[in-house]
Design a protein around this ligand. Structure first.
Ligand code: PLP
Length: 310
């Protein structure tokens, strides 16, 4: 994979509820359908190559973009890939189909058994003489955070070259390091703008705390971290089979020719729109980060047309 030095484009879209809307296309990172998991995976694989690991263990559901990217990278580098998947979110998706194509070995267990299953799997593989590298679900940890500090610097560079300043940055917040990296970037640059993560699954106190912990783990504690961490959990319910999310996906596809999905980017885009309306934000420059998930768009497309989400 050679995507280390590739800067993803920022596209000016149009007037949006009285604001100027831009989109950073991390979905266009050119490996395995890109997205934030590809951006994070670069750093994990740097360590894997350096440490000469020959086996990877990671975690994720059937719709996980992270698992797809990791399984693809493992297959292309001839590294054995093991995935622990929660039984509760075991859906057939384009991502799970590719996971199969890439030859990842999947162990499905109830979500409560995930932790122990991972530990046992690592021990088992090590006892077979394999050198095992563990990647936390979603590419969590400092390496994942670092990937989005990089993304923040790309945004700064664009602003400098184009003489603009984004007042707001919106994106889908899940396992937390995309969010954490952007906050670190803002704090390190002492920028005055709002970084707004739209939660796609976790409710606020817990989800927000995970982001706070990731920021502190990366840069140490600072009094500004707390107030810089805006975690909006009002739009988690928008999702599969929901006419609201179908409408958003259809609108954005027709208007801009850009694919969103129902699990991540569709929710975040919808959440951004509602947030802007509710807070009556006007005359600002707004950046939406498209965090990827294109294979899930095609799952959603079936739903849009035939009401079938598989
Ligand atoms: C994983 C994912 C997210 C959430 O990113 P986190 O770093 O886990 O918070 C957002 N969008 C897409 C498409 C994803 O796959």
């Amino acid at each position: 994979m050679n995507i280390e030095n590739i800067v993803t484009p920022i596209q000016k879209l149009d007037e949006f509820l009285g604001n100027e809307l831009y989109m950073k296309r991390d979905d266009l990172l050119p490996f395995s359908f890109g997205g934030n998991k590809a951006r994070k995976a670069v750093y994990f694989f740097e360590e894997i190559k350096k440490g000469k690991y020959n086996c990877v263990v990671t975690y994720g559901s059937g719709s996980s973009n992270h698992v797809r990217v990791i399984a693809n990278l493992c297959a292309s580098s001839n590294i054995e890939c093991h995935v622990i998947a929660p039984k509760e979110a075991f859906k057939v998706t384009n991502n799970s189909k590719m996971r199969e194509l890439f030859g990842a070995k999947v162990t499905v267990v109830p979500v409560d058994d995930v932790h122990d299953t991972i530990e046992n799997k690592i021990k088992e593989l090590e006892s077979e003489g394999k050198k095992v590298y563990f990647i936390p679900g979603g590419g969590h940890g400092n390496l994942g955070t670092k990937a989005y500090v990089d993304c923040y610097e790309e945004i700064k560079q664009y602003e400098k070259e184009n003489n603009v300043f984004f007042d707001y940055i919106f994106f889908a917040s899940g396992t937390g390091t995309t969010h954490a990296g952007l906050i670190v970037g803002k704090l390190q640059n002492h920028d005055d703008r709002a970084i707004i993560g739209i939660s796609i699954a976790r409710p606020a106190p817990r989800g927000r705390n995970v982001v706070l912990e990731s920021v502190r783990e990366y840069m140490g504690d600072s009094p500004d971290i707390e107030e810089s961490t805006v975690f909006v959990d009002d739009y988690r319910g928008v999702g599969y089979g929901d006419t609201v999310s179908e409408q958003v996906i259809k609108d954005v596809l027709i208007r801009y020719g850009i694919p969103l999905d129902e699990t991540y980017t569709g929710k975040a885009f919808y959440g951004m729109r509602e947030y802007i309306k509710t807070k009556e934000i006007k005359g600002k420059k707004i950046l939406f980060i498209h965090t990827g998930g294109t294979p899930l768009f095609f799952d959603s497309l079936n739903g849009l047309l035939y009401g079938d989400y598989n």
